[in-house]
Design a protein around this ligand. Structure first.
Ligand SMILES: [Fe+2]
Length: 450
């Protein structure tokens, strides 16, 4: 990946500070450009032909991600606050709106791959043009205006980080369809292959915990209001389930045993003919998987990934366990450092759980007890994605960001190898429908303690 360097900010209207420190507007612009440049850097090895393919309805072409994240800043900042702003190409509002009904009509999501114009080059030009307008707006904004713009600009940056992750998982799906097995990034080979730590179960006593964001720093609205939850005694696995352990489930006929599956899960497995996680293929009696570094044998020490909620739940049943609730997970994560295998590490794949990996939990600074709570894989919880008590979606288009999806989805926690470390929190609630498999989703087991 090419390095990410913030470009010089257009300071023609900037008001220099006497002490030489960066003003709030300058700090925001530096962060804005770092994030925008990282999106560009992720595309460094992609050809225009790679950037236009939509391999399934859930996948968006890279070009669409580049333009849609730009549309967000144009729609929610420039159109509202830039004096005299007029969109250069008004039709982009239709093409690059994703799901915000209050922002106007939109193109069909499943047909994004049919849009050959604007070209990739033009989408990049659109990005540069909007970036320049944002530079200029922040340069002329007084304190009052800056205070209004800042929360939306920060939301736009987090939105772009979410799309960086989608860009990665989407291009993985696109490349997986290609018999040439294109490589997104070459794999960094470790000198000594890492062996995963043995799994243990860590006990937690019953207690009442504060769940949700405490109001310090940025959070999405779905992490609030903070509220108290009684969490009964439970036990949590010290690390996620590995590929080797998951192969045990496959070889024990797990995909064919109805008693292990939720009814809807069984229907899905039967319809889809699933026999293994997404991207797995059996060759000469051995499992192989497609990765962002190409096609290679399944490493049994790595955490299993690209499994649906249905598979995670069936595996947990088979293992005599269950999935944790999101409240159990958040309670356990309270002591965990947020180090981990994130997108900044450029592995683009989950790594084996060793003592050296981050997101350790220690009690009184002693031996690490929980590994990989953050990074590597999103962990399915058994919690339905629902509003916290007292939650109200904000009025207007941005109120559509999270609230309207609180139906028929499950919460995932902890971030993955495609998530930015600066994007994740202990209270972060990701969510997907139970049949989805194209994100880096995995399994951590829990048990009741009675
Ligand atoms: Fe979006």
């Amino acid at each position: 990946m090419s390095s990410v360097v913030a470009p010089a900010v257009d300071k023609k209207h900037a008001k220099p500070r006497l002490d030489g420190s960066a003003s709030r507007a300058e700090q925001l612009l530096i962060r804005f450009h770092q994030i925008r440049n990282f999106t560009t850097a992720l595309c460094a090895n992609l050809e225009p032909e790679d950037c236009v393919v939509q391999s399934m309805p859930d996948v968006s072409p890279t070009k669409w991600h580049l333009a849609h994240t730009t549309w967000f800043f144009e729609t929610f900042i420039l159109k509202k606050w830039m004096p005299g702003y007029r969109a250069e190409i008004p039709e982009y509002a239709f093409l690059f709106n994703s799901y915000y009904n209050a922002a106007g009509a939109m193109h069909r999501r499943d047909l994004r791959g049919l849009i050959s114009r604007p070209t990739v080059k033009e989408a990049r030009r659109y990005r540069s043009s909007i970036d320049l307008h944002i530079d200029n707006l922040l340069s002329i904004a007084d304190e009052k205006l800056l205070a209004e713009i800042e929360p939306i600009l920060i939301l736009g940056m987090h939105h772009e980080q979410q799309h960086q992750e989608l860009l990665i998982t989407d291009i993985k799906h696109v490349f997986s369809q290609n018999p040439l097995h294109p490589v997104f990034r070459e794999r960094k080979i470790e000198e000594t292959p890492a062996q995963t730590m043995p799994i243990r179960f860590v006990d937690f006593e019953e207690t009442t915990v504060e769940i949700g964001h405490d109001g310090r720093g940025f959070a999405y609205d779905n992490e609030s209001p903070r509220h108290r939850v009684l969490v009964s005694a439970f036990s949590l696995a010290s690390r996620p389930v590995t590929n080797g352990e998951y192969i045990g489930f496959i070889e024990d006929n797990g995909y064919a045993r109805t008693e292990l599956w939720l009814s809807l899960g069984w229907m899905t497995v039967s319809e889809q003919g699933w026999q293994a996680p997404l991207y797995w293929t059996k060759r000469d009696g051995k499992w192989w998987n497609f990765t962002l570094s190409g096609f290679r044998p399944v490493d049994e020490d790595e955490p299993v990934t690209h499994v649906s909620y249905f598979e995670a739940d069936a595996y947990a049943n088979w293992a005599g366990a269950r999935l944790p609730t999101e409240f159990e997970w958040e309670r356990a994560a309270f002591d965990c450092s947020m180090e981990g295998n994130f997108v900044e590490g450029e592995t683009f794949h989950p790594q084996p759980a060793t003592q050296q990996v981050g997101s350790l939990s220690t009690k009184a600074g002693k031996t690490p007890i929980l590994l990989q709570m953050f990074g590597d894989i999103w962990e399915w919880t058994r919690s339905a994605y629902a509003p916290y008590p007292g939650y109200r979606a904000a009025p207007g288009a941005l109120g559509e960001y999270n609230g309207k999806f609180m139906c028929n989805q499950y919460v995932l926690r902890g971030g993955s190898c495609a998530t930015s470390q600066t994007h994740i929190r202990r209270t972060y609630r990701n969510f997907f429908q139970p049949e989805k498999r194209w994100q880096f989703t995995g399994i951590r087991l829990a048990r009741d303690l009675r």
